[in-house]
Design a protein around this ligand. Structure first.
Ligand SMILES: [Zn+2]
Length: 119
């Protein structure tokens, strides 16, 4: 399952972050998921607790923010939202566009717990 390996990579990132900061646990994770990232938010929601089991991120709240696709047009310079299946400029209809947002999954923020806290 694709999302499980994504979740595993995410947990590794969180573990590194917690180690670097000297935190015991990760309590909340905010992820921004681009429309073109290929990540299925619902599937990730299920996969994350599985991947996080036994790690510092076990029991963390996972907040998913979906990032719509945005493009900047080389012809008219407009930055507009676009449909993943029909990527073109919404202002002039041109297809000489560059994707400016919505193409990847970004770890937006993570909340760390430093003491034993609730268990
Ligand atoms: Zn345009």
């Amino acid at each position: 399952m694709h999302e499980l390996s994504i979740a595993e990579v995410l947990v590794i990132q969180l573990q590194r972050l917690a180690d670097r900061e000297g935190a015991r646990r990760v309590t909340r994770v905010v992820l921004r998921i681009g429309a073109l990232s290929g990540v299925e938010p619902e599937a990730l929601r299920f996969a994350f607790p599985v991947a996080a089991e036994g790690s510092c991120a076990e029991g963390a709240d996972l907040i998913l923010e979906e990032a719509p696709l945005k493009v900047r047009c080389d012809d008219c310079g407009a930055e507009t939202p676009a449909e993943p299946l029909a990527i073109r400029c919404a202002a002039c209809g041109g297809d000489r566009v560059r994707i400016t947002d919505g193409s990847e999954m970004i770890l937006q923020s993570a909340e760390l717990a430093f003491s034993g806290g609730e268990r």
